[in-house]
Design a protein around this ligand. Structure first.
Ligand SMILES: [Ca+2]
Length: 224
């Protein structure tokens, strides 16, 4: 969903000229809380997020799936038990490519913990923190939204590798616990071939952490 600079500029102008109209639309689409926050003039910042504790849970971008607000700066900090890791499993992902971002921090949301920045319309594979804190920050610019993201997070203990994920066009079978000693098998839907290892086994690495012995394979079209 690329947009031209003209469209961007027009959208920006329209917004600054008819803030009232935009507010009504936003009230209709989103919650009253969001409405009151977004009625501020251009240059507003919409903040949200918070600290999350507990073994597992769900995080959605504000307004999901009807679109996140412009000017969003939302930070979620997931804190697991000491000695655990946090795994994120994305269920849905659509963020305006190269203008809006979801940044991941392996620890507290500090630049030194920066891990990766995700944007666009592909559901990312599962990602696991190295420690018991994992942070996410959603930032959006002044125009154009998308339906946003939804993910489940789960606390992993030292004997669990966590769900290795199912790449596009792949099928996963095998153990449901994903614990040390368990294996999973991948295959591809018809018309696609597997690239990588079909079987992954959960092992303990030198650092005494449960990890999959190989990355999840990919399924590529036979004509590529
Ligand atoms: Ca945007």
């Amino acid at each position: 969903m690329k947009r031209g600079t003209t469209k961007r500029r027009m959208r920006g102008t329209k917004e600054s000229m008819s803030d009232g109209g935009m507010t009504v639309m936003r009230c209709f689409l989103w919650s009253l809380l969001l409405c009151s926050l977004s009625s501020r003039a251009q240059g507003f910042i919409y903040t949200c997020g918070g600290t999350l504790k507990g073994r597992n849970g769900t995080i959605e971008s504000p307004g999901f799936p009807y679109g996140y607000p412009n000017g969003a700066n939302c930070t979620w900090v997931i804190v697991g038990e000491e000695g655990s890791r946090i795994q994120l499993m994305f269920l849905s992902f659509a963020i305006e490519e190269e203008y809006d971002f979801l940044s991941l921090y392996d620890g507290h949301p500090h630049p030194t913990n920066f891990r990766t920045r995700i944007t666009g319309f592909q559901v990312p594979p599962p990602v696991t923190s190295t420690g018991n804190v994992f942070s996410l920050r959603l930032t959006s610019d002044f125009a154009v939204s998308a339906h946003g993201f939804k993910l489940n997070y789960e606390e992993l203990h030292s004997t669990s590798c966590g769900n290795p994920g199912v790449p596009p066009k792949a099928l996963l079978s095998g153990a449901g616990r994903f614990a040390v000693g368990d294996s999973v098998q991948y295959s591809c839907v018809p018309g696609y071939v597997l690239d990588g290892h079909a079987t992954l086994t959960c092992i303990t690495n030198a650092g005494n952490t449960a990890v999959w012995d190989f990355p999840a394979p990919i399924c590529r079209g036979m004509d590529h």
